[in-house]
Structure formats: structure tokens, C-alpha cells
Design a protein around this ligand. Sequence first.
Ligand SMILES: [Zn+2]
Length: 102
Amino acid sequence: MINYKTYLIFLFGSLAVSIGLQMLLPFPYGLIAALAIFIVFPLFLRNRAMKRMGGMGSDGGSGAGGFFGQSQGVKYICLACNNKYKGGMCPRCGSKMKRADF
Ligand SMILES: [Zn+2]
């Protein structure tokens, strides 16, 4: 599960890379490459996080979903069969209808 700390590490990593690019490449190209990294990296991380969550990108989105994704111990209760489980969908009946159990 992707968390805020990892995101910051990647952010500072891409910052360092972009500074390196400024030094390696002539002015406009270095800036463009740095901007590309800043745009592509978060998108890439978000897509990966969504895939791990079982493709439930519709609810949660970026902010709230990422925040709740931090707590590793969140369990869900299946609304169809009351099975407790972790992850995207119920392993017993395959239903995605669920509620969080804190
Ligand atoms: Zn179920």
C-alpha cells in the first residue's frame, strides 16, 4: 500500500532528478523534462495504488482514499454475506458491496 511517506520520498527523489536534469540539459529541455516527471510520477503512483486497491478508483479518489489507505488494519464487512475481509472485494462471495469496520 502506498502511503504519504513513500509519496514524499518519490517527490523529493523526482525533485533531485529534475535538478540534475537542469544541469545536464540546456534550459528549455531541462525544465520540460522536470515538469514531465512531476506530472507523470504522481499519476504513475496513483495508478499503482489503485490497482492494489482492487481497481476501486471511483470512490475515494486521491485525497481521502490515500489518507484512509495509510491505515493498514482496515477491515471491511461484506454486505452480502457479512464476511470480514481486507482488500477490494469479498473473497467468499465476490461482492464489492461492503462497509468499513473500524
Ligand atoms: Zn461476501
